[in-house]
Design a protein around this ligand. Structure first.
Ligand code: OXC
Length: 312
């Protein structure tokens, strides 16, 4: 059974990997994801130029009844140089994603320039959608700002680059972001980032569940699955076929992986459920995915990729 994926010149023997932010802040975590026989890759925690402690704790909360998670981490990371050192020296035959999330356009441009001039031979993800830095907007909700930064980036960047997008909820917004992205030689888009600024309440104390921003945080896990499917499907229908899609959000079972591929995903990322189960989740999900394909006598993901049927 062929459960592989392809982005640019990179072949992935398995389509599952971590979502940026989960199990990827330290070299030990990155090594553990890469070491899983069922992960196809790893993505680093989104890097800022300098190390960052992030927001005050509690800043991550697992919702009851496996509904999902709320987070306001605030981009805690070891700093750009730490991850560059890791990816330049790590021996692996799996493609690696390097995620950057500068707090300013200049920070993003500086990090991308350093990556461009380095010997890094993986894929780069420009995170335009972190919802958790107080006072900072999710850039990709501003279509002109997104066009402006991509114009500057592609004036010098030649390595495989993708963007991490926030979820959109309006068909016109799908049209507008696709019109921007189709003007650039992107290798991929990764959709969705968490659904920004949700709120959860502890019923025992009548209190919010995380400290930053009065309790407002990004939503992940099963409660975001319908939005993740919609964003993968809408962008697959609108983007040039040269722009591949990483589907992220709402994955807790092999059927969820199958559904994202049905909507057009080339790779699939796991966030909240990886926090819950750790790296054994990759083996469980791939096994369940293979069972789903078996049920319908499919031999490969290629047979179902983008093949979601509508009611005519
Ligand atoms: O892009 C991000 N998305 C999230 O949901 N959380 C992290 C963070 O807060 O660092 N960043």
């Amino acid at each position: 059974m062929d459960l592989t994926g392809q982005i640019a010149n990179f072949h992935f023997n398995h389509i599952l990997l971590n979502a940026a932010g989960v199990k990827c802040q330290t070299t030990a975590e990155l090594d553990q994801v890469l070491a899983s026989p069922y992960s196809g890759s790893v993505v680093t925690k989104s890097a800022t130029p300098m190390t960052r402690p992030g927001n005050p704790s509690p800043r991550y909360y697992q919702l009851p009844e496996e509904l999902g998670s709320v987070n306001s981490m605030g981009l805690p990371n070891e700093g750009f140089a730490y991850y560059l050192d890791y990816v330049l020296n790590k021996k692996t035959d799996k493609p690696v994603f390097f995620s950057v999330a500068g707090l300013t356009k200049d920070d993003n441009l500086a990090m991308l320039m350093e990556l461009e001039q380095s010997n890094f031979n993986g894929l780069v993800e420009l995170n335009l959608s972190c919802p958790n830095v107080p006072g900072k907007p999710q850039t990709a909700y501003d279509f002109e700002a997104t066009r402006a930064i991509l114009t500057e980036v592609f004036s010098f960047f030649t390595k495989p680059l993708g963007v991490k997008l926030p979820p959109y909820f309006d068909m016109v917004h799908f049209d507008m972001i696709a019109a921007v992205l189709n003007d650039f030689p992107l290798a991929f888009v990764n959709t969705i980032n968490s659904i920004g600024n949700g709120l959860a309440i502890d019923p025992h104390t009548d209190t919010v569940v995380i400290k930053p921003k009065g309790g407002f945080g990004g939503l992940g896990g099963s409660l975001v699955k319908a939005t993740a499917l919609a964003n993968v499907r809408a962008l697959r229908e609108r983007l040039n076929e040269s722009i591949k899609i990483i589907g992220t959000g709402g994955v807790t079972s092999g059927r969820d992986v199958y559904d994202l591929v049905l909507c057009g995903a080339d790779l699939v990322e796991v966030g909240t459920q990886l926090m819950v189960e750790d790296t054994p989740v990759f083996e469980r999900l791939e096994g369940e995915l293979a069972n789903e394909l078996d049920k319908k006598d499919y031999q490969s993901l290629a047979e179902i990729r983008g093949k979601l049927q509508i009611i005519s």
